[in-house]
Design a binder for this molecule. Structure first.
Ligand SMILES: NC(=O)c1ccc[n+]([C@@H]2O[C@H](COP(=O)([O-])OP(=O)(O)OC[C@H]3O[C@@H](n4cnc5c(N)ncnc54)[C@H](OP(=O)(O)O)[C@@H]3O)[C@@H](O)[C@H]2O)c1
Length: 314
């Protein structure tokens, strides 16, 4: 379904997910993958997006562009997260439909599942309950993107489908901003503590919440597998299927970085959801499993950070 030589537009090709998808496509022999930075095409602009699709006529699209951020950024601007992600999803899906794109993969997020859905989250639990309020703008936009693909398929026969990844990390992650995700934030803080000789780091919450992490290259390999299937499922979770407590994750990061001081927790600060795990039986049944263990993935992310720390990403 994705012959060699296909013209594959990767929206967000410079981001963590998009750049991993570009690497995985090339490794699988797809040399026709291309992208455009947001400075050259603002996907929130419907006319510019439609003109781009009309001009470039991609065969296949991977929608990995988005505005992402941690809890603080999401809470501070739920309107902006909803608006920007909604506009990007709508413009890309609608332009792809009108330009006759053969297949589109939309990158959703496990954040779009209802806060109180049964764990592990199954694909059919989407939109069966309220979103987590702290990132409701982002979550609502992600769920809308999935539904846009569903309804384009239903109404117009478009071969558009979605993946729902768990928490991702790896090369290209945001190690710079104060509002980065947990893995890059831990790596950055423990590296700084090690280099300054600090005896301890203090982390938010109790350390008890359970989370699921996947190296972004494993997600990208899943995307390439799905793009090549005769009939990809409409919605499919992609995760390691393994839970780790924030406390154990912090210990693993400390070992990776070589920080030997104390890891303290501040239980006065919020923990977030006690558990967030995806049901990954569908993607497992297709023969995919992660190649990198959490330890190997962390070593790779740290190596990337060391090599690229001088270039502030954001
Ligand atoms: N990170 C995670 O843990 C995670 C987990 C699940 C799902 N996801 C999903 O994966 C997608 C990508 O996330 P990421 O972690 O790769 O984020 P990222 O590293 O911040 O990359 C986002 C990409 O989107 C592009 N972009 C942002 N605004 C744009 C605009 N207005 N017009 C055109 N392009 C724009 C950026 O382009 P420029 O660099 O050119 O500005 C960048 O390449 C998001 O949709 C997110 O929901 C991420």
């Amino acid at each position: 379904m994705m012959p060699r030589g296909s013209r594959i537009y990767v929206a967000g090709h410079l981001g963590m997910v998009g750049s991993a998808v570009m690497r995985a496509l090339r490794a699988a022999g797809h040399d026709g993958a291309f992208g455009l930075p947001s400075s050259g095409l603002d996907l929130r602009d419907p006319a510019a997006t439609a003109a781009f699709f009309g001009r470039e006529r991609p065969d296949v699209v991977v929608m990995a562009a988005g505005r992402v951020g941690g809890v603080r950024a999401n809470l501070a601007d739920r309107y902006g997260f909803l608006r920007d992600n909604l506009l990007m999803a709508l413009n890309v899906v609608e332009s792809a439909r009108l330009a006759g794109v053969r297949r589109l993969l939309y990158v959703g997020s496990s954040c779009a599942y209802p806060r109180d859905a049964a764990q592990p989250f199954r694909e059919d639990s989407l939109l069966t309950g309220a979103f987590e309020p702290t990132n409701e703008g982002y979550a609502a936009a992600k769920a809308a993107g999935v539904r846009l693909c569903d309804f384009a398929r239903e109404r117009h026969g478009c071969d558009f489908f979605s993946v729902m990844p768990c928490n991702l990390f790896g090369p290209g992650d945001d190690f710079v901003s104060e509002d980065s995700h947990v893995v890059p934030a831990l790596i950055r803080r423990m590296r700084a503590a090690k280099e300054s000789g600090a005896g301890s780091v203090r982390l938010w919450g109790t350390g008890a919440p359970l989370r699921e992490f996947l190296h972004v290259d494993d997600l990208a390999r899943a995307c390439v597998l799905l793009l090549g299937l005769p009939r990809p499922p409409a919605l499919i979770n992609v995760g390691s299927g393994q839970e780790v407590s924030v406390r154990d994750l912090a210990a693993l990061v400390a070992r990776t970085v070589g920080f030997t001081g104390r890891i303290e927790f501040d239980p006065a600060m919020p923990d977030g959801a006690p558990r967030k795990l995806l049901d990954v039986s569908r993607i497992r049944a297709l023969g995919w499993s992660p190649r990198l263990s959490l330890e190997e993935g962390l070593r790779d992310a740290y190596a990337w950070h060391l090599a690229n720390a001088a270039e502030a990403r954001k």
